[in-house]
Design a protein. Structure first.
Length: 157
């Protein structure tokens, strides 16, 4: 095993974009004999969309249901994509703001590299929508490899 990348974090929302980044993660894990950590964050932002006041009602399913669904999806993901690894993947499902949870997991687990997908949106989209990947790149305690979707093509401005 190389000392360069001993632990790699692959955050996933189970999207096609994340699966594109998964190919890179698996290649690097194989090359370095690294331990792969897979993290799914249930975004708690839906809680802030509910109406305020004594008669407000929850806007989404209960937290326990969302976490159970996340764990079910993670197990299916591991069974489908990670069964061939030489070392079993370390998995976690948490709830919170995705970028903060990704960074916290990387720190707590002493991660050497985070590999995640990015949409490659422009500046206005970042202002309006924010970007989990951009926040992770700016605040992470380790190296971050971002992978654009396979349909994205780079063109010089």
């Amino acid at each position: 095993m190389s000392d360069l990348f001993e632990k790699i974090l692959f955050p996933t929302d189970f999207s096609d974009l994340a699966n594109t980044a998964l190919g890179y993660a698996l290649e690097i894990v194989g090359k370095y004999g690294a331990e792969l950590h897979c993290l799914h964050v249930v975004d708690d932002a839906y809680q802030y969309w509910s109406a305020m006041g004594p008669e407000s009602v929850p806007v989404g399913p209960p937290t326990e249901d969302l976490m159970a669904l996340g764990r079910t999806r993670m197990k299916a993901f591991v069974d489908e994509h990670l069964s061939g690894l030489s070392r079993p993947a370390v998995t976690a499902v948490t709830m919170g703001r995705p970028f903060a949870e990704i960074i916290a997991h990387a720190r707590a687990q002493d991660i050497d590299l985070i590999i995640m997908g990015t949409h490659g949106r422009g500046a206005i989209a970042h202002v309006l929508l924010g970007s989990t990947t951009e926040k992770v790149v700016r605040k992470a305690c380790c190296a971050v490899l971002t992978v654009r979707g396979s349909e994205q093509k780079f063109t010089m401005p």
